[in-house]
Write a protein that binds this ligand. Structure first.
Ligand code: ADP
Length: 422
């Protein structure tokens, strides 16, 4: 039985989807995860404990695998991507290089590599977190972002000097919060300030196979992402742009991936199209996040449709992705934004949302009584809506109608009562 090692930051839906795909394919899936985020043993699976912030210390993973030959490696999420590259290199398996995975997780290195390769990049200025934001001497509008976080966390637009100072201090508070300090990542001491690129935004999902990009999907992001924060909402594919623009985007992503040093495995890229110029904002060495992968299904000639997770497992075991293409139907997902900070008490309208034509699933991932934290501090969504239809316009409409049918009861957080001595 072939064996694949899966490094996963969370124990959520995507790891279960890999488990299902492995069962179908007859693959033995061995998990490695950062147990400090996990309270119990959700898989009861002998997962190998690692620390994604401590790659050198986590190479004990090789001891745990001593008597188990591994045929392929996969990583889910941004944090495990470098360890996955190190383990693959040690085991002699094909994967993104350690150097490429490291650069793709560091926004400063990514900008430097894209610039060195002659690709369009905004002006950028890396500065220490201890800098005085009044003395940066940058132009506006600009974007302030952490070098080492992901998921748009801590990313803020500033239109003038006062905005910049406020954003910088807000980002400093985020980077000095206990959960981020616990990662002990030196990148969290760095801030990147860069020019704001106006224009429509797109995501490109792909697999690099020995350096060659196989595009799996190009997504439109129909809600404008103009700031001050950059919360993802709707993703729909196929894209409504012309074939020419789509080609320009996928070419730019292939060149960017090469410049960053990514070679083999899944990638997820974000692009901005400004006139005829494509700016690749980032290429991550991982597949599309969590539940959103449910929006993708692939067809091979004479074979039943498969999930993204199955396609990635097949690739990890050496199969070419060229035999599979995304289904012909349009599909999409909505990451349900958190409208305001507070405690989630109730969600109404689920049945009504699920009954919207085209909608095939609505999942609320936030838990009742959970404190909801919106961007830029937060790192999660309320849940996800999925739709499939004849056209992307119909998919987008279905997602919006379903979202409008949901009602979230969110109470203000009760302030801690202080005991008084007077
Ligand atoms: P992350 O890795 O946290 O997602 P990104 O650098 O990709 O961070 O930024 C997240 C989002 O913020 C982007 O998808 C985009 O919408 C917006 N953004 C980031 N940088 C810029 C920029 N220079 N110009 C315009 N928008 C930007």
């Amino acid at each position: 039985m072939p064996r694949v090692l899966l490094l996963a930051a969370t124990t959520g839906y995507q790891t279960r989807a890999f488990g299902d795909a492995a069962e179908r394919l007859g693959v033995d899936l061995v998990y490695a995860t950062d147990r400090c985020n996990v309270l119990d043993d959700p898989w009861q699976d002998r997962a190998i404990p690692v620390r994604f912030g401590d790659e050198a210390g986590s190479m004990t993973i090789l001891d745990a695998l001593r008597n188990r030959a591994v045929d392929g490696v996969l990583a889910v999420g941004d944090r495990p991507s470098v360890l996955a590259a190190q383990v693959s290199a040690a085991l002699g398996l094909r994967w993104h290089s350690v150097d490429g995975a490291t650069a793709s997780r560091n926004k400063q290195m990514m900008r430097e590599r894209l610039q060195a390769a002659g690709l369009p990049v905004p002006w950028f200025l890396p500065v220490p977190l201890s800098s005085n934001p009044r003395r940066l001497g940058v132009s506006f509008p600009c974007v302030v972002k952490p070098v080492g976080l992901s998921g748009s966390r801590g990313v803020m637009r500033a239109n003038d000097a006062d905005d910049l100072v406020a954003a910088f201090y807000r980002l400093r508070a985020i980077l000095q919060s206990p959960d981020i300090r616990a990662e002990r990542n030196a990148d969290h001491g760095l801030v990147l300030v860069e020019g704001f690129i106006p224009g429509a935004e797109f995501a490109v999902e792909g697999i690099l196979d020995e350096g060659v990009l196989h595009v799996l999907a190009v997504f439109d992001k129909p809600d404008p992402l103009d700031g001050p924060f950059f919360e993802e909402t709707i993703y729909v594919t196929p894209s409504s742009v012309s074939r020419e623009t789509e080609r320009a985007m996928t070419d730019a992503v292939a060149r960017a991936a090469e410049a960053i040093g990514l070679e083999h495995g899944p990638i997820h890229a974000e692009c901005r199209v400004n006139g005829s110029v494509v700016y690749v904002l980032e290429v991550a060495a991982r597949p599309i996040g969590g539940l959103c992968a449910r929006a993708l299904r692939f067809e091979g000639v004479g074979r039943p449709p498969i999930s993204l997770e199955e396609l990635l497992l097949r690739h990890a075991l050496g199969e070419s992705p060229a035999d599979w293409t995304r289904e012909t139907a349009a599909s999409g997902a909505m990451m349900i934004p958190i409208p305001r900070r507070g405690v989630l008490r109730d969600v109404a309208g689920l049945d009504e949302a699920r009954s919207v034509p085209g909608v095939f699933d609505v999942r609320i991932t936030a838990k009742t009584d959970q404190v909801l934290v919106p961007l830029p501090e937060g790192a999660s969504y309320l849940g996800f809506i999925f739709a499939r239809a004849g056209t992307s316009t119909e998919v987008e409409h279905a997602l919006r109608v379903a979202h409008a049918r949901l009602a979230f009861a969110i109470d203000p957080e009760v302030p801690m009562l202080q005991s008084s001595n007077g």
